[in-house]
Design a protein around this ligand. Sequence first.
Ligand code: 2PG
Ligand code: MG
Length: 403
Amino acid sequence: MAKITKIFAEKVLGFRGQETIEVTVYDDRDLSANLRVPFGKSEGSFEAAYRAPDHAVAACNTVLNDLLRGMDPQDQEGIDRKMIEADGTEQKEKLGGNSILGVSVAASRLAALEQNIPLFRHFSGIFSLKIGQKPKESGKIQFPRLLYNLVEGGVHAKNNLIFQEHLIIPQAGSLATQIETIKSFSNSLNREIVRQGWDAGVWGSEGGWAGNVLDDAHDALGVEEEIFDALNTLRSQNAFAVEFGLDSAANNITSFEPARFCEFYGSLARKFPIAYLEDPFRESGDELWYAKLFGAVDGRMRITGDDLTVSNPRKMQEFAGKNMINAVIIKPDQVGTLTEVFAAVALAREQGWAVAVSHRSQETTDDYLADLAIGMGADFVKFGAFTQGERLAKYNRLLEIEE
Ligand code: 2PG
Ligand code: MG
């Protein structure tokens, strides 16, 4: 058994030059592995706490270093449990969700290195154990469908779209085919933007187009309908094999009541092939609207919790068996440890919910999310647009795994 000899964190540059932390875990076989930790902009209020980089670095280099030295990197659950106990708060405020996640993932990478196996195989092994199945040694990998952020709005952009992410979702298939479809769709959108006289060359937080959709005649929801109308015309004209999705990030929108949203989603779904709706209502107080929408769409689309469920098994348990959602977003930094992520995904599977592994808007160039998605057999991944290196790192890792 190998032993952890040291945990070391330092500040590094993350998204758009903002500081974040890089955590490295060392063992007594002279191996080491790290994680550069991302963070969100439109955060749910039940997420694990993000602590400022100075605080997070200090927590890793003192408390967590003392706590975990001598432990076996293969003991993911033991490592994570110790950190959760040492923190002792509901939302990991003391040590910081970012410090804890840095250690959790770096330890996992180290464990994979020690076994000389790819990270996704290691994740797959842990997850199989969790759900009581035999780990897959090799064999065909089911690739997730890409939730591709083509057009941005909300707090990720400075335009007149109120919803955060307008997604295209290629038909299930090889990664290469999905990527080709997305590239052709993006090219035709770029031509359409010029033709319409909309702002060309304006990008949002995740690299999707984020210009204004010029329109004085409609209210904000009318503008939303207009963009979907334009996307759907491109889809039909070019016979693109995609469906559409939307991350409303409804917590950030105060201009409409849930009843109006509910009606709007219904009308969107009647006109366009909408397969996916994320955070369609606020994270608290809108349970009845979730249930109403769930009943209305009758399984025809994925109603997905993000801020609602924050990748946290305890939070997800609140919605189990309630016919409110049928999919969840998994962003490990929302909850802070891989052990909790595995528990969340196991619960989702028990409930028959689809699983979408997602980046944060403020990412780093780290690519472990691709391994996590493959290891757990995620149905979807949401990694942003092809215009930013932070996003490409994850797509490229998926391509590597596919090969
Ligand atoms: C979301 C995410 C990622 P953020 O809401 O799904 O796309 O955004 O990281 O800002 O929470
Ligand atoms: Mg979201």
